[in-house]
Design a protein around this ligand. Sequence first.
Ligand SMILES: Cc1ncc(C[n+]2csc(CCOP(=O)(O)OP(=O)(O)O)c2C)c(N)n1
Ligand code: SF4
Length: 287
Amino acid sequence: MATIVDFRAEKPNWCPGCGDFTVLAALQKAAVNIGLEPEEMVTVSGIGCSGKLSQYMGSFGFHSLHGRSLPVATAVKLANRDLTVVAAGGDGDGYGIGMGHFIHAMRRNIDITYLVMDNHIYGLTTGQTSPTSDKGSKTKTAPEGAVEEPVHPLQMAIMAGCGFVAQGYSGNLKQLTELIEKGIQHRGFSLINIYSPCVTFNKVNTYDYYKANLVNVDDDASYDKTDRFAAIRKIEEAEENVTGILYHDPSKQAYDEVLRGYPEQAIAKNDLKFTREQWEKLAVQFK
Ligand SMILES: Cc1ncc(C[n+]2csc(CCOP(=O)(O)OP(=O)(O)O)c2C)c(N)n1
Ligand code: SF4
């Protein structure tokens, strides 16, 4: 049985204190707790500081293009349904350039767990405004303060029909590990948005800020996570400063379960060897 050490690859070179360290640790712990072996799992990432996760996680990995982790993860899942597929990236990666893929992956209900390390800034490119930057926040590209409304990923996911919508925080490894475990166990698309502070370029959305403002729905026994409208109300009332499983509907079938003709055996395991006879029949068509 695999241990944490088996899920360690390269030593991370994030800035000391970066929230992404906790996300990596939580993913490694979740994989061990579920009983996965490294070869049963693929971590696909986009580009950004957060995008380095696929390099540091000791599963199979694919470091894709900026905003393109979800189409690549979709292909991986459809080629081999037996794999546990985790996609990861930043708020710029997922909710900016990757926004179209985000909506369609949820609509299709591909069985992927999507971890978005949301630091409200572009980290790798040194501190520009991102789609989740707070209105009015001052960044390199908005020295007078951002004028646009931020996107609302949790509300968007619920309205797009995503069956598992959760939010975690890098200051709470235990809760984040549990959220990732439950996200992986959910059959279908799971979004886990993670407040993961960028200690170098974001001096507003800091650990202290989250410590003072976050509420945890897991502490509220009366919270009904099967009620999507109540979930939206809760998220809006808390101004998105909320952690835990916000919405869960396990009843929807995943894409690979409903796709007509989708083979029971992983396509990746098909025997691709041609017999001489098959080869000659095929070759005739190209003469
Ligand atoms: C097509 C394309 N456009 C732009 C870039 C430049 N770029 C690299 S990472 C990045 C944004 C990173 O921000 P985010 O996704 O929030 O991740 P973080 O670094 O904060 O984890 C950008 C704009 C790129 N690599 N490719
Ligand atoms: S720049 Fe920000 S997001 Fe990137 S490694 Fe440093 S602290 Fe983390």
